[in-house]
Design a protein around this ligand. Structure first.
Ligand code: SF4
Ligand code: SF4
Length: 187
């Protein structure tokens, strides 16, 4: 769908959600919940076996940069669901321990806790800072490293079909209800 009033020959664009949440202090209960989640998840590790990837799958080049721009514009609408677990599952922990064989679970917990800031976006993941995720990619869950919302997925499909160029793509933030809203975009 092409919105009225926009130059059809102008740059390609599409919408992303907009997270309005403001920064609030990270409470001690949230941190305690995270520690509990990590330890509980670590107990599942023997069950996961060796079936993990050593590297999360990521897109490359202009696509990666464009996706990052979209998420920065959005301010992490989907990260609101990260709560005190940050989507960290046993598979993700297994990957991190495989990449850092000298670490044990306690070391990993200390590493995570060191990345918790004094603030996060209200109601969101405890690692969700004003400027985005406080975790380096290598410590993010497989879910966080691979997830694309419908809006970004639609934009990526257009890039991969050669319809538009990711390097020249603009994202327009659009507030929406919790259940989401139809995506619209320009050529
Ligand atoms: S994946 Fe989509 S909802 Fe999540 S932060 Fe990026 S643009 Fe926002
Ligand atoms: S760990 Fe980072 S990317 Fe994952 S939900 Fe939390 S803020 Fe978002």
């Amino acid at each position: 769908m092409v919105a009225e009033g926009l130059d059809p020959n102008g740059p390609a664009w599409s919408v992303v959600p907009l997270n309005h949440a403001r920064s609030v202090a990270v409470g001690l209960p949230l941190i305690a919940d995270f520690r509990r989640h990590l330890r509980r998840t670590a107990e599942e590790l023997p069950l996961t076996g060796a079936a993990y990837r050593l590297e999360p799958a990521v897109a490359d080049g202009d696509e990666t940069a464009a996706l990052a721009r979209g998420c920065a514009t959005c301010r992490g609408w989907c990260c609101r669901r990260g709560g005190s677990h940050a989507f960290l599952d046993a598979r993700s922990l297994a990957r991190m321990l495989a990449m850092n064989p000298t670490l044990d679970v306690e070391d990993l917990e200390a590493r995570y806790v060191a990345h918790i800031g004094s603030t996060h976006l209200r109601g969101g993941c405890l690692f969700q800072g004003e400027r985005g995720c406080r975790l380096p990619r290598s410590l993010r869950s497989d879910t966080c490293n691979t997830w694309l919302c419908d809006d970004l997925d639609a934009a990526r499909q257009r890039w991969r079909a050669g319809a538009t160029d990711p390097a020249d793509h603009h994202f327009v933030p659009m507030p929406r209800m919790a259940g989401g809203a139809p995506s619209i975009g320009g050529h």
